[in-house]
Design a protein around this ligand. Structure first.
Ligand SMILES: [Zn+2]
Length: 139
């Protein structure tokens, strides 16, 4: 991957990381209900169960997303960003654009999902994609 692209991902991920942290801090500070403009998909999820669990749930998701971002930022640093953890092949750039925090190529991801289906293990869906905004267009 070109340095320019790497830097773009780094910038994006660092920005998202800051946003999540700031959001978490704001939540912790005020212990408030969620601004629906801020996290629409989470609020949708929770409309039927707007309870104490909500804050916990969001923190859980944020925490998870943060750890993914940290993992991927470390990969950018050590040069393994965009390489599948499983098979070592390059992850498609379209996939990286859509899900910058992914560490598996589409093939390995599908295999993993297949295995989960067979094994009945319930894992977190990969759908912790950035809810906030799509990655900036190339230019
Ligand atoms: Zn792979």
């Amino acid at each position: 991957m070109r340095k320019k692209d790497l830097e773009k991902f780094r910038k994006f991920l660092t920005g998202e990381r800051n946003r999540i942290l700031q959001h978490a801090i704001r939540m912790a500070d005020q212990n408030v209900t969620i601004d629906s403009n801020d996290v629409p998909d989470i609020v949708d999820l929770a409309t039927s169960d707007l309870s104490l669990n909500l804050n916990v749930e969001i923190r859980e998701r944020e925490r998870h997303l943060l750890s993914k971002i940290d993992t991927v930022l470390a990969k950018i640093d050590d040069g393994s960003f965009g390489i599948c953890d499983e098979c070592g092949e390059a992850i498609g750039s379209g996939r990286l654009q859509a899900r910058p925090v992914t560490t598996l190529c589409i093939k390995c991801k599908e295999e993993e999902e297949e295995q989960e289906k067979r094994g009945g293990a319930r894992r977190e869906p990969e759908d912790l994609r950035f809810p906030l905004k799509p990655i900036v267009n190339d230019n």
